[in-house]
Ligand binder design. Structure first.
Ligand SMILES: Nc1ncnc2c1ncn2[C@@H]1O[C@H](COP(=O)(O)OP(=O)(O)OP(=O)(O)O)[C@@H](O)[C@H]1O
Length: 345
């Protein structure tokens, strides 16, 4: 029995349609919904949770139809845990009372045991149970929010950008702890994020959403290595998309010169996706590649991304080690390392 089955789901607000006939199958584990701001990720979670009424389609949670039957099942009876953005703990309740909040009446008698078990699952010190949310760090608050969602033992947990307010290192650590807790609780999860690193590192399945539709639903390695659509490549791999032409099997030509190809090899017009780490930028005139001019540089410490305008006017983004970063306005040579992904059309 799958944890979540969505078929032909449509939903929106008034006359604005947001979700466009979505299908999604979540057998178990963590599925990340990855997409840019406004594409419909939160609307999808809200439709599954029961806070947005879909206009078409069906939703089954743990084998039970909750949308599309004679009557939609109300949110509180769907058996779903929900972790909203920034946790949304009740500020006037202690950690223990926050965690026990959603328990059905019958289980409230052993609330202390349930709270202790939920805190153990999310790897929080039981000593924190009597604290109030403002006495916790951001990462601890997120774990309490997950403990609250897990306490009624849902088959499915929905997490809406749960780590967005945390700083980078805490984000990674909290993300891993949350996934461990979900696995220990044997709960499937749908995690909404716009951060591809988070999606690729935490999820078993990644669903890439653009304008209310899934362009690809697959395991993280497939989404990264064999994107089904140029927009998936651009979004996931920070790839630059360039128009070009397939000249022969495995060979193509574009603003970066002659390139070796993977993917579409039918001669004719094509689009090429070149990942930022595939581009080498050198300030040396005699270096291999095509000429360009540096537009801007973002320095990240371990490396930097460099936007370069090529002689043809097209722009590409390269990632370069921190010790060889040119400056905006520098004339450079840009070369491609390895195969470029080709898409027909
Ligand atoms: N209550 C609402 N009424 C009308 N339109 C809405 C409402 N909520 C969201 N929208 C619109 O629906 C679209 C999808 O919004 P949604 O919040 O699902 O996107 P998202 O992918 O979760 O974005 P973000 O990453 O910024 O949270 C957007 O165009 C948004 O403006």
């Amino acid at each position: 029995m799958s944890a979540l089955e969505i078929r032909g789901l449509e939903a929106g607000y008034g006359r604005t349609s947001v979700l466009q006939r979505l299908d999604l199958h979540v057998e178990s584990g963590v599925t990340a919904i990855l997409g840019s701001s406004g594409c419909g990720k939160t609307t999808l979670l809200r439709a599954v949770a029961g806070f947005v009424e879909p206009t078409a389609g069906t939703i089954e949670v743990a084998g039970r139809q909750v949308v599309g039957g004679p009557r939609n099942v109300p949110a509180r009876h769907r058996g779903i845990g929900y972790v909203p953005q920034e946790g949304a703990l009740f500020p006037h309740l202690s950690v223990a009372r926050n965690v026990a909040f959603g328990l059905p009446r019958a289980r409230r008698r052993d609330a202390a045991t349930v709270v202790a078990e939920a805190l153990r699952l999310v790897e929080l010190d039981p000593g924190l149970a009597e604290r109030y949310p403002h006495e916790l760090s951001g990462g601890q608050q997120q774990r309490v929010a997950l403990a609250r969602a897990l306490a009624p033992r849902p088959a499915l947990v929905l997490l809406d950008e749960p780590f967005s307010s945390l700083d980078a290192s805490l984000r990674e650590e909290t993300g891993r702890a949350v996934v461990r807790a979900l696995r220990a609780a044997d709960a499937a999860a749908v995690l909404v994020t716009h951060d591809q690193g988070e999606a690729l590192s935490l999820a078993d399945q990644v669903a890439v959403m653009v304008e209310g539709q899934f362009l690809q639903v697959a395991d993280p390695a497939s989404v990264y290595l064999t994107p089904a659509d140029p927009r998936v490549a651009a979004f996931i791999g920070h790839a630059s998309l360039l128009p070009g032409e397939v000249t022969a099997a495995g060979r193509g030509r574009c603003a970066l010169g002659e390139v070796a190809l993977r993917g579409s090899t039918t001669p004719g017009p094509a689009r090429f996706a070149v990942r930022s780490e595939q581009l080498q930028v050198r300030a040396d005139d005699a270096a291999d590649g095509v000429p360009g001019e540096v537009v801007d540089v973002s320095f990240f410490g371990h490396d930097a991304t460099i936007r370069v305008r090529l002689a043809t006017g097209e722009q590409v983004t390269a990632r370069t080690p921190a010790d060889s970063v040119p400056a905006a306005g520098d004339k450079v040579q840009v070369a491609v390392v390895g195969d470029v992904l080709g898409f027909a059309g």
